[in-house]
Design a protein around this ligand. Structure first.
Ligand SMILES: *Cc1c(COP(=O)(O)O)cnc(C)c1O
Length: 218
């Protein structure tokens, strides 16, 4: 599939859901992909990309930024507090705010740097022990805690369990967002982005369907 194909499928899903065209943003997940493939997508005019490791992103995006303006970079993988500064300097959005210690680090840096990326709280909707994210029942309190630190929370993010119906998880994420007055929903990947758009995703994170299979998994 090409970028154009995926974008077209998103537009159809938006239309079917009675949503305005462009209301679900396509984040092209470029982690691990060779630079030539990423560059091809940049050449098509796409500017919105997702990475899941700070180190990897810092190694490739500053170079691209010299040649392509208006990049919109999203961190979609785990963030250690000691990499928070680098992440805040590179990314326009961080989708993986999932614990008080990280919230405190981001709040402190936001003061110091005078700016803050858009923030999404990651919710572990499947309550999987190996997965990052705040448990659903603790989400409301954590969101409030972040807001009390003057962090602006754009929305919520989830990665449903691989072997479960994703729509249940997308619906749950949507409910938590609504009751907390949040408008952003980062959900949906290569296999389920149309379902996510139907259930209100404002950001879908699509990697392999655009770039082809990754040479290795992280
Ligand atoms: C890798 C990754 C994606 C993209 O996955 P694909 O199945 O290749 O579309 C989306 N979200 C997160 C958090 C990821 O780590």
């Amino acid at each position: 599939m090409s970028l154009q194909d995926i974008q077209a499928r998103i537009h159809i899903a938006e239309e079917n859901a009675g949503r305005p065209k462009g209301s679900a943003k396509l984040i092209a997940v470029s982690k691990v992909q060779p630079n030539e493939r990423v560059e091809a997508v940049l050449e098509e005019g796409h500017r919105c990309f997702g990475e899941n490791r700070v180190q990897e992103a810092v190694g490739k995006w500053p170079d691209f930024a010299m040649r392509y303006s208006d990049l919109d970079l999203h961190l979609i993988g785990p963030l250690q507090s000691n990499k928070a500064r680098q992440a805040m300097e590179l990314f326009q959005s961080i989708h993986t705010l999932d614990r008080p210690k990280l919230a405190k680090a981001l709040a402190r840096l936001a003061q110091e740097l005078g700016h803050c990326p858009k923030l999404f709280v990651q919710v572990n909707t499947g309550e999987e022990p190996q997965k990052a994210g705040i448990p659903p029942r603790e989400a409301d309190a954590f969101i409030r805690e972040c807001q009390d630190m003057d962090l602006i929370i754009e929305g919520l993010m989830c990665i449903p369990p691989a072997d479960e119906e994703p729509s249940l998880h997308f619906s749950l994420l949507g409910k938590i967002a609504v009751r907390n007055g949040l408008s952003g929903l980062s959900m949906g990947m290569s296999g389920d982005f149309e379902t996510a758009v139907a259930l209100g995703a404002t950001h879908v994170r699509v990697g392999s369907a655009i770039f082809g299979a990754r040479a290795y998994e992280l």
